[in-house]
Design a protein around this ligand. Structure first.
Ligand SMILES: [Zn+2]
Length: 138
């Protein structure tokens, strides 16, 4: 059976700055200029006050794990060689939630509310994926 390559992200025009940022190892999220709330995922209008006066701001990259699962079995797919791998929702220091992977870890040692930090994994010349790893105890 031919296993396809992992798919690239599908990018809307208004999300392009996010992916341009990750390529430069910057985690950019939106910030509403009117109500001053951070926004993720990228949108054309603020989900809190409906303003379209939105700018981009660099996030600290610090986060905590909100929830996660360890994928240990899967139908044939390009992700099988990565198993076991972690899919998680993290809460950035800025307050927004982000779906991501936790990497460079023992998947079975992770805990909710654990501190993690962003790390950038280059997929190809166009896409670098923001993933998270546990903050070292040092
Ligand atoms: Zn707003």
């Amino acid at each position: 059976m031919q296993i396809p390559d992992k798919p690239d992200p599908l990018v809307n025009n208004w999300a392009r700055p996010f992916w341009d940022g990750t390529r430069e190892k910057k985690l950019l999220i939106q910030l509403c200029s009117d109500c001053k709330k951070h926004i993720f995922y990228p949108r054309m209008v603020c989900p809190y006050c409906f303003s379209d006066n939105i700018e981009w701001a660099e996030a600290s990259g610090k986060a905590t794990i909100y929830s996660f699962t360890v994928v240990e079995s899967n139908a044939p797919s390009p992700f099988v060689p990565d198993m076991p791998f972690v899919i998680a929702v993290v809460i950035l220091e800025e307050g927004v939630r982000m779906l991501t992977n936790i990497v460079e870890c023992d998947p079975h040692a992770l805990e909710c509310e654990q501190a993690v930090e962003v790390t950038f994994v280059k997929k190809n010349d166009e896409f670098t994926l923001p993933q998270f790893k546990p903050v070292s105890a040092t």
